[in-house]
Design a protein around this ligand. Structure first.
Ligand SMILES: [Zn+2]
Length: 201
């Protein structure tokens, strides 16, 4: 049913573009995680990376059903989750570096029909109390390009799972990162305070 929905179909039509672009920006998807991406689905508790008990190696991206009424929100969710697809781990909790990279890509990755949608995301991030962790992650992430515009690619070349890095690893790879920023980028927060099922987003 969902795949035949025209809004969902238009969201999915940007998958290949986003998947290619994310790897140009943040380095190739790692095969070391052992997971096989299968498809994009819709769920009530999305968005998140979805695991399956019947096939422990399969992963999907679950978007929230609400995106059927909000196409740009669907693209935003898809782009964010594609960053988490670069290295999947079932017990993973993403650090601020990965969440910041995901928020950044959700803003700049998709082709939004409306030119002001990026501004809407920014104003949502700065005004919504529940988005504060994502706004903080983006702020931290945005300190990196002035230090090294290939920061994530360089980190992932050595640590394919960017949520696995320690502050010292970041500073060895990017000597311009000070102690405070390195520690903050490695911090892991409960990003959304909705339910345990949302931990991985
Ligand atoms: Zn996330």
């Amino acid at each position: 049913m969902s795949a035949e929905n025209p809004v969902f179909a238009r969201i999915l039509s940007q998958f290949d573009h986003l998947y290619k672009k994310v790897q140009e920006l943040y380095g190739p998807k790692s095969d070391l995680d052992g997971y096989q991406f299968s498809r994009v689905i819709l769920e009530n508790n999305g968005p998140h990376i979805r695991f399956f008990d019947r096939d422990p190696n399969e992963v999907a991206i679950a978007l929230n059903y609400r995106v059927l009424n909000d196409e740009p929100q669907g693209l935003c969710q898809l782009a964010h989750e594609i960053v988490h697809l670069l290295y999947v781990r079932r017990d993973k909790k993403a650090n601020m570096l990965e969440e910041g990279a995901a928020v950044n890509f959700s803003i700049y990755g998709p082709i939004y029909q409306s030119g002001d949608y990026r501004d809407k995301i920014f104003s949502y991030l700065v005004t919504e109390p529940c988005a504060k962790n994502y706004a903080d992650a983006l702020d931290l992430y945005r300190k990196l390009p002035s230090i090294d515009d290939k920061a994530i690619i360089k980190i992932r070349a050595i640590h394919p799972d960017m949520s696995d890095v320690k502050p010292g690893d970041i500073q060895r790879i990017l000597p311009g990162v000070d102690d405070g920023l390195a520690a903050q980028l490695c911090e892991k927060r409960q990003m959304r305070q909705i339910s345990a099922a949302s931990d991985r987003t």
